[in-house]
Design a binder for this molecule. Sequence first.
Ligand code: CO8
Length: 263
Amino acid sequence: ATEKTYEYLKVSTPRTGVALIQLHRPKALNALFTPLIRELNTTLRELDSDPSVGATVLTGSEKAFAAGADILEMRDKSFADAYGNDFIESWSELYNTIRKPVISAVNGHALGGGCELAMMCDILYCSQKANFGQPEIKLGVIPGAGGSQRLTRAIGKSRAMELILTGKNFSGQEAYDWGLAARVFETPEKCVEGALDTAETIAGYSKIAVKACKEVVNKSQDLGIKEGVEFERRVFHGLFGSEDQKIGMEAFAEKKKPEWTHR
Ligand code: CO8
């Protein structure tokens, strides 16, 4: 979004209202480690409070979205290091605190923590040959950034159990067929362009309504249907206090294009 320099990311604004974050640690296939995650979190937080940005696309390279958590960084950790410092907790900031939508455009390897990072995003797009997997079992551990929960919810228990217990990879086409990906594209370029198109559409809407949509859909993952519908209705009521609700409905009545606030 700005002229800032990044060590492990490339950040740009290729469309109006749309930020593109590209993970850029090519020598290690974008393996995720603390300095990269810190930079990612800072950038996402800045974009979240930047009124000119409405949605973000997160991608990697053609070769790798991210080949997992950095195994070399983890190798010598003790239980006290991991538990004491709540290792990985801060890696979920994308899901836990970011309120504007983030779309992942997954090409190449998305393994372990890479697959988990992609699944933390609000919408997952990929190209046919993307290579997903939770291979932690092969390293003597288990998924640590939500993989066992998010993959299971997305594709069902039996399939997720098979993948997590065998460490077998799956393709972008399979991710789409099983409902993990919202769309699958023929090529990496088309995948990133498709994600930017969707982000541009979202960025054209009321920011407050977009945040509310994201919040209520995410709540469906935590609440039962009755509580979820009740929560949705309360947030819906709340939007009648926003300027954008008046702007949107007035524009419809007058057959005009709405000019949203930038709040
Ligand atoms: N960690 C550290 N370095 C890595 C990683 C990684 N996960 N993946 C690749 N690299 C490095 C390689 O060591 C290699 O470095 P160098 O050139 O210095 O030897 C470089 O990237 C290129 O890799 P390869 O030569 O292996 O490239 P190939 O094209 O032959 O193979 C693979 C690509 C198949 C992706 C292969 O690199 C591989 O199997 N990587 C490891 C995949 C893996 O097991 N990932 C899961 C890690 S465990 C995990 O993520 C736990 C989740 C915890 C939560 C995370 C929160 C977000």
